[in-house]
Design a binder for this molecule. Sequence first.
Ligand SMILES: *[C@@H]1O[C@H](CO)[C@@H](O)[C@H](O)[C@H]1NC(C)=O
Ligand SMILES: *[C@@H]1O[C@H](CO)[C@@H](O)[C@H](O)[C@H]1NC(C)=O
Length: 820
Amino acid sequence: MGSRWGLLGPVGRRRMSFLLLLPLLCPAALSETIRYTIPEELARGSVVGNLVKDLGLRDLPTRNLRVSAEKKFFSVSTENGDLLVIDRIDREQICGKKSTCVLEFEMVAEKPLNFFHIAVAIQDINDNPPTFNRNITELEISELALTGATFALESAQDSDVGVNSLQQYYLSPDPHFSLNQKENPDGSRYPELVVKAPLDREEQSCHYLVLTAVDGGEPARSCTTQIRVVVVDANDNPPVFTQDTYRVSVRENLPVGSSVLRVAATDLDEGSNAEITYAFINIGKAVRQLFKLNSKTGELSIGGGLDFEEREHYIIGVEAKDGGHHTAHCKIQIDILDENDNAPDITLDSESKHIREDVELGTVVALIKTHDLDSGFNGEILCQLSGSFPFKIVQETKNTYKLVTDGALDREQTPEYNITITATDKGKPPLSSNRSVIFNIADVNDNAPIFHQASYVVHVAENNPPGASIAQVSASDPDLGPNGHVSYSIVASDLEPRALSSYVSVNAQSGVVFAQRAFDHEQLRAFELTLQARDQGSPALGANVSLRVLVDDRNDNAPRVLYPALGPDGSALFDTVPRAAQPGYLVTKVVAVDADSGHNAWLSYHVLQASEPGLFSLGLRTGEVRTARALGDRDAARQRLLVAVRDGGQPPLSATATLLLVFADSLQEALPDLSERPAPSDPQAELQFYLVVALALISVLFLLAVILAVALSLRRSSSPAACSCFQTDGVCSKAGPGLSPNYCEWTLPYSYNLCAASRSSKAEFKFLDINPENAPPQDLLCNEASWFESTSNDNPKMTSDSVHLQQVSYFKILSSHKYD
Ligand SMILES: *[C@@H]1O[C@H](CO)[C@@H](O)[C@H](O)[C@H]1NC(C)=O
Ligand SMILES: *[C@@H]1O[C@H](CO)[C@@H](O)[C@H](O)[C@H]1NC(C)=O
């Protein structure tokens, strides 16, 4: 460019110099000022003008032309006197905003030394674009800004002057904004943003605009800046709930604090204008306690125990409020779902806690009612008994049942039932409840007393003390109270019913059997009682048991000699022995009886005294007297044997008998011997003899008196049927009830039936006392009785005169035959 400028320079310069310098030449001629005009920013070396020519200088090399200035932009070519640019000339730097810019300096010439004034005017070129201070400008405009509102924008700067300075602003097209250009008082321009259409932050919160500044240069230069318009929010939107009505189902047993649902309202505004708080509206205090609403989050949670059974639905109003005054409303419908949270309830009704043990099957003993607050399956109940009982539950209606007996009750086995009734609902999981009831089984007299033994047998030794306890029976009765209170009695026996009480008695309470008298084995061997145990129920129940009392023998009877007996006058009878009797001849037999039995009645015979020892022998067991040798010449014709009869008891009892034996060939021969009573050899025997005689005499007199009295009363009596047996002084005996005919002891190979019709025998034999009035006649052996009758009337003395062996009573006589 320098070169172009240099080539074209002289032409342009001349023309310009002419135009400009003409008016100046005159003063210049005066002051010698040379003026040039150059554009700024010429390249170094560019020629401004030719000073030699313009100053009219000759002889250039000698003049030593040079530039004199503080700052040198120019120099002079020493060859041709051209004024050259030697430094950058920036008009804006040198002159700033001045509209004209002139550089003035002097040229110094020597020989002669002279000044030449030079003024170089610098012309502006469009070398600077307009500039904005910032690349981005941020602007906040409320969304409520009215249409036409203006907002000043920063202006751009352009250091060029004149037409090169900033001329126009342009705004990128935008529906909401337009641009106004305003002029400052100094003439500079600034842009203004105009709101062309209403703003809505909710629609567009930010607008991006581009502002362009353009200068008037040729070519024009421009710059841009971004403008960010932020639409500031205004509370122009109310909150809005996402739903008008929220609906939720909630289980009734949700724990406190559980979240149920969340209501949400939105607000298109922002900041505090969009800060929503939630609150209940129009709800009661009770409901307010059941639910909690988080005012910030809108979360609804459980605040108290929900109970389906109390209320099934709730409708709650909620209000949302933003930072301003806008509100919105919604409803929450809460449906409570039933949970199985209620156990069934059991109500029991019974007439009495006591059930008789004999109640019929199916008797209703209690009414049961169940109740469950829950609904549906949760409230359906199954009622049953836990455990096995003789009871069952019968369903009556949906919720009522009957407890009925379903088996036999036995108080003695189970006196009490603790019945547990369980009601279970059909919820998941099921709930159940129990109810216990205790039934006492009332006693009924359904058990008879039971004896501890099937039968009792006791042995009682005879001659027991009257009043002694001989046995005890006992029975038990499992019933209660009077039903189980047992008392004893004797209901039957094989004893004479009237005499029974004189034999035995039983203590009603203890069952102890007492003997009422001393028993006599010889009279009563055994007897049997039927004892009854009876409770005191109504009706009473009883049981029988047999008690067999065996009267055991004691050796209380001495043997009694039946033969030989004393004569009626107390003299002994005699037996005759033929003189020629061979040894072993059976002379006689001592016959004795013992009322006892067994060993106590096992008799043995012993010779105590003999006038001629060795002449006779005596069978130890038989009592048979036999000749031991032939009668000698020196032996006396009359012999006497004293025989002792002893039984086998412990201690033994004994009796004696005297045998008179006369050796004679005929009775006549013997009689004189008899009349010739041998004088008692010793005074002892004599005394005995007299005693016997006296006793016999007294007996005869007494007997006579008795017979007389009986005969007299008989004659007066009109009852000839009375057994005469008792009208005599003879005593009849009958075997005791326990002594059956087949009652044989090992000591008794056979038995004799004897009737000893002697008054002396009366003292030694004990007979059963039988009163004529209560003894049936057939009980007597009446063939013998009639014999007595016939003889007693004819010869009352007959019985006392002789001894008769009769079959009247059972007496056991030990026979010597067995033991021979
Ligand atoms: C009855 O039975 C129930 C359950 O087994 C028990 O809890 C209760 O104590 C019993 N009652 C009596 C009095 O034994
Ligand atoms: C017991 O014996 C009495 C008298 O013999 C009789 O009446 C009664 O029926 C008997 N009782 C029983 C249970 O056998």
